[in-house]
Ligand binder design. Structure first.
Ligand SMILES: Cc1cc2nc3c(=O)[nH]c(=O)nc-3n(C[C@H](O)[C@H](O)[C@H](O)COP(=O)(O)O)c2cc1C
Length: 328
């Protein structure tokens, strides 16, 4: 498309192919009024002296504030600050309402919880069509090592970094999803298996406890059926081992339940699972851990149709009345 007769929508669309972070730029007028707006036109200009720029729409309600401002601050937003970005892009509201504010050079309001922030002295303002290009010298800056919020094609996104060790091109053993998941499972569960083994419990015992944690008072047959999914077979001795340890008991109707001690044991086991998960995902940022789980859930949903009907969690759970009553 030539630019002689620009279609604004198509031009915006094409510009949207450029992925940016999201910033909030703030200032304080000589009259002592705080102003600020969301801007993704931020960029670096010079390392020495340190300089940055951004552009402000001439239609912006903040134009007068920034035209008079000697100082401004740029906040690079963190991945969990999408709502704040919305707040500073909304017209006709108090954008600083309910925020914790610190003060920087020129008493400019500084926001917290962002990935980085730069306190600047305005050095140049250039005409830039329907925008004003504002250049500032960086007087002070801070980086907080948080994952950034991303903007692309008019939508917010999260950053997924490339495979840093380049192993994605490797052999089947290091690249096949099935093996990666199997190895991940084995390694994440290792501390839990060791802890239970020290208490005389094996994997089948653990699975019986996990099934009962979802709701006890189940028949032995029901528990055996649920365990099939894990590839384990619960034999009478596995139940007996748990009875001998005082963790479960079977009532006169043949229903298996936790004892008080067993219930406590199950709660501690869940806490140990959470700790194992925290250790396993230590090298990931909170949003990467969320992303990992959300992608895994999609793989689970995508492969579930290959699983025999009776094993599909939702259906089996409902058909077998796991919570004591069927949802209405
Ligand atoms: C992700 C995002 C990036 C934006 N970038 C800019 C920008 O670089 N410059 C600008 O003037 N406005 C930008 N805006 C719009 C302003 O934040 C604001 O919504 C607009 O100026 C309307 O505010 P007003 O009522 O104060 O004029 C952006 C908005 C969003 C959501």
């Amino acid at each position: 498309m030539t630019t002689g007769n620009v279609d604004g929508k198509l031009f915006r669309q094409a510009l949207g192919a450029f992925t940016t972070g999201v910033t909030i730029v703030t200032t304080r007028t000589p009259e002592g009024v705080d102003a600020g707006l969301t801007a993704n036109s931020f960029n670096s200009v010079s390392l020495s002296p340190p300089m940055v720029l951004w552009s402000l729409s001439k239609k912006s309600s903040s134009l007068a504030s920034f035209s008079a401002a000697e100082h401004f601050a740029v906040h690079i937003l963190a991945s969990d600050q999408e709502a704040l970005s919305g707040q500073f892009a909304k017209s006709g509201t108090d954008r600083f309402a309910h925020l914790t504010i610190e003060r920087g050079a020129g008493s400019v309001p500084l926001l917290t919880g962002c990935a980085a922030r730069f306190e600047c002295r305005t050095t140049y303002r250039y005409e830039g069509g329907d925008h004003v290009i504002i250049v500032g010298e960086v007087l002070a800056f801070e980086g907080f090592e948080l994952s950034p919020l991303v903007f692309h094609g008019g939508k917010y996104g999260l950053l997924v970094k490339g495979d840093e060790d380049g192993q994605s091109q490797g052999s089947l053993s290091s690249d096949f999803l099935g093996l990666l998941l199997h190895r991940t499972h084995a390694q994440v569960m290792l501390p839990l298996r060791e802890e239970l083994a020290a208490q005389g419990l094996n994997e089948v015992n653990r699975h019986i406890i996990s099934v009962l944690s979802l709701g006890d008072r189940r028949t032995g047959a029901e528990i055996i059926k649920l365990l099939e999914f894990t590839g384990h077979t619960a034999e009478p001795e596995h139940f007996q081992e748990l009875v001998d340890l005082g963790l479960i008991h079977q009532d006169s109707d043949g229903l298996v339940s936790f004892t008080a001690e067993g219930r406590l044991f199950a709660i501690r086991h869940i806490a140990a699972c959470k700790a194992a998960e925290a250790d396993a995902t230590e090298a990931l940022s909170p949003h990467e851990a969320r992303l990992l789980k959300s992608l895994l859930r999609r793989v689970v949903a995508n492969t579930e149709k290959r699983v025999p009907d009776v094993w599909r969690r939702q259906k089996y759970w409902l058909d077998n009345n796991m919570w004591g009553s069927k949802p209405q």
